[in-house]
Design a protein around this ligand. Structure first.
Ligand code: SAM
Length: 222
């Protein structure tokens, strides 16, 4: 496994136990972004949905609660985050109803055209080969399928400031460094143009980017 992937897994594994607390203190973000995601995805019954970089499974769980007979997959690189996601799903009474799988966004273990819908929130920033990951999201989505991809707009997002503070407190990032130290979570900030280009080049059409709670939310069709 490449060194940067191991580093990413170690960092996110360290972060996982603290992440629920962080989501509680930044609940204003969820209050604004979650309804946007659910409306944009328009999940109906009988669909297959992917939460890519699921972390604690917050989106997968909300989608499962809303569309009961939807087949949902949550993938993540971090075993600790996947444990947390399974625990959260159990606590929500959805134990065993969501398929949580350890997988890399750069190499998704799914056939082409598998999913009707997908969400990918806050994960692209950490993926080394973003072009490849965007291509994978495109590949696994059905023709006519819809993707919602979310990344913070640097300096605009209250949630991102809290996130940086948390990473810094845990020794997982050093904002004074231009690059990153050996233990740091690799992060990248998109601007609206390169965010758009990434999905355009992957093949998506009708890409619409709006800002919610200081994050770029791209709604893309295949
Ligand atoms: C900031 S968390 C966001 C989690 C969740 N989507 C949310 O919004 O609450 C980023 C997640 O992306 C995952 N991740 C980072 N790089 C990844 C990759 N290459 N493949 C799969 N997951 C990855 C991390 O392990 C982490 O769980």
């Amino acid at each position: 496994m490449p060194i940067d992937k191991e580093r990413t897994i170690n960092c996110y594994d360290t972060l996982a136990p603290f992440y629920s607390f962080f989501r509680k203190i930044t609940h204003r973000y969820d209050n604004e972004v979650m309804p946007f995601v659910l409306n944009a995805l328009e999940t109906g019954g009988g669909e297959v949905v992917l939460d890519a970089g699921t972390g604690p499974g917050i989106y997968a769980i909300k989608i499962a609660e809303r569309a009961k007979n939807t087949n949902i997959y949550g993938v993540d690189l971090s075993p600790k985050f996947l444990e947390l996601a399974k625990r959260n799903a159990n606590n929500a009474g959805l134990g065993g109803k969501i398929n949580f799988i350890e997988a890399d966004l750069e190499d998704l273990p799914f056939n082409d055209n598998r999913f009707d819908k997908l969400v990918c929130a806050g994960a692209m920033e950490a993926v080394p080969d973003k072009k490849r990951a965007a291509g994978e999201l495109y590949r696994v989505l059905k023709h006519g399928g819809r993707a919602v991809i979310i990344e913070p707009n640097r300096g605009k997002s209250i949630r991102d400031k809290a996130y940086l503070l948390m990473l810094y407190s845990l020794g997982l990032i050093n904002p004074r460094l231009r690059g990153f130290g050996a233990k740091d979570i690799p992060r990248y900030y998109f601007n609206q143009d390169d965010f758009y280009d990434l999905f355009k080049r992957a093949g998506f059409s009708a890409i619409n980017i709006v800002e919610r709670a200081g994050s770029f939310c791209a709604v893309c069709l295949k």
